[in-house]
Design a protein around this ligand. Structure first.
Ligand code: DLL
Length: 434
């Protein structure tokens, strides 16, 4: 179902005109109200009046995560604090959180983005949505919640974890759709099997999964384990949260809610825009945001704009499933490796689970990087017989060599020995002191 045909199926010229009007208004607003932006634009020699068409967006300077940290907590507010009704934040590696502050109108836009997202997965006001994203400062829980309220569905705010109760409520309240990270969806299915619960007998039709990279292979596994359709959804705290982009029934690429969040793809090195269809870093401008608007925010996420029109009828542009983040990319002996590539390769190998951990060390003597890939063997395959395990290890090694171009030391570990996550899974332990 298309939640908002007026905006989601808008004539493209009208959509560009709307985006331009909103962009112009945004630049004027922040220039006049946020000293940080006035300084940034002055330094770049750009005045709001220089924005004469949508393409002029490329004249504007980028905003980065460091800018957000440097202005913590409220340095980017574009409205009086009395107008802020909710805040969220995420903490990253340095510990200083990045903050997103919302006015009532911002919450409404967020709910709109999420209502479109849930509708994209087929949800209607008749459905019961079990929300297993974490509630709190993380945007997953509240984002789905606001969207489900707008849709008029019944929302079960169970939050993440407590798998036994998740399964019980799915059964008792006949949940039709659930939302969580892909790794938690896998884990729940695994637990259900152990508890003797047949999840295919539940009333579930679909799941909206995101907040971490996952692969097509993982999608297939989740869909067949649950007997549902699994949809990819995307967003980030800085840019409001989930609801920025979502998959429709075509399940190929995520429609960006671009009347609210304007996307660009740039080459992360040269910082120049790349043509549609070419991979690069996603940059987003929050064209309607009031609380903490962001101009040309560098997401660090790698994707491309899909050029073919979508059969679903939406005219909003789609981004491809994410390839990873520029800052999660491991450079092992000069070769760029994304954890999601490893997952993609693993799902095709018989006898292993897509549960893995990459441990990277730097050899003290040779100063070379050594990556060890810990892979869980499936319960059916696991034996004490060394020959069989040795053969499996060799298979994984050679698949990695041919798909990633590097030799990884492979360590097979016992079924269920890699820590499970009810939120975002941790895939990399980097012990290098870089
Ligand atoms: O993860 C928001 C969210 C919640 C999205 C629920 C989807 C569902 P953050 O914690 O700020 O916000 O993390 C944002 O997670 O920049 C991506 O690197 C990654 N990410 C989010 N969705 C996807 C996805 C939420 N579908 C960061 N595929 C983003 C791959 C994703 N990576």
């Amino acid at each position: 179902m298309i939640w908002n045909p007026e905006h989601e199926c808008m004539n493209v010229d009208s959509l560009r005109a709307l985006q331009f009007a909103r962009l112009k208004n945004l630049v004027e607003r922040v220039y006049n109200t946020v000293p940080f932006y006035k300084e940034k634009l002055d330094k770049a020699g750009v005045k709001p009046s220089d924005i004469k068409c949508l393409a002029d967006i490329s004249k504007l300077p980028f905003t980065t995560k460091t800018d957000l940290r440097d202005t913590y907590p409220y340095g980017l507010l574009a409205v009086p604090q009395s107008e802020i009704v909710e805040i969220h934040m995420s903490s990253g590696t340095t510990g200083t959180p990045v903050v997103d502050a919302y006015t009532a109108k911002d919450l409404d836009d967020w709910a709109e983005g999420m209502a479109r997202t849930l509708s994209g997965a087929g949800a209607t006001h008749n459905d019961t949505i079990q929300n297993a994203y974490g509630y709190g400062l993380f945007t997953g829980g509240m984002g789905v919640h606001h969207g489900a309220r707008k849709l008029g569905a019944t929302v079960i705010p169970i939050s993440s974890g407590n798998t036994q109760k998740q399964l019980m409520l799915m059964r008792d309240f006949k949940s039709n759709l659930f939302t969580c990270t892909p790794s938690y969806a896998m884990y729940m299915a695994e637990q259900a099997k152990e508890m003797g619960v047949d999840v295919k007998k539940l009333s579930l039709r679909a799941a909206c999964l995101g907040a971490e990279p996952w692969s097509e292979g993982m999608r297939n596994q989740i869909e067949s384990a649950w007997g549902i359709k699994a949809y990819d959804i995307y967003g980030l705290t800085e840019i409001t949260g989930p609801g920025v982009a979502f998959e429709c029934e075509a399940q190929y690429g995520m429609h960006v809610n671009e009347d609210l969040w304007f996307p660009e793809i740039i080459d992360p090195e040269t910082e120049q825009p790349v043509p549609d269809g070419e991979k690069g870093e996603l940059v987003i401008t929050t064209i309607t945001k009031e609380g903490t608007p962001l101009i040309r925010y560098r997401t660090r996420d790698i994707t491309f704009i899909i050029t073919e029109p979508c059969a679903c009828g939406r005219t909003t542009r789609k981004i491809h499933r994410l390839f990873g983040r520029t800052d999660d990319m491991l450079i092992i002996r000069g070769v760029n490796v994304f954890p999601s590539q490893i997952e993609n390769a693993l799902v095709d190998i018989q006898g292993v689970e897509p549960n893995y951990l990459i441990v990277v060390n730097r050899n003290e003597e040779t100063h070379l990087d050594e990556a060890e890939l810990h892979v869980e063997v499936s319960a059916e395959q696991f034996t004490d017989e060394t020959k069989g395990m040795e053969a499996l290890r060799n298979t994984i090694s050679s698949v990695m060599k041919s798909k990633l171009g590097i030799m990884l030391k492979v360590k097979l570990v016992e079924p269920k020995s890699i820590e499970r996550s009810t939120g975002k899974a941790k895939r990399v332990i980097d012990n290098r002191k870089l």
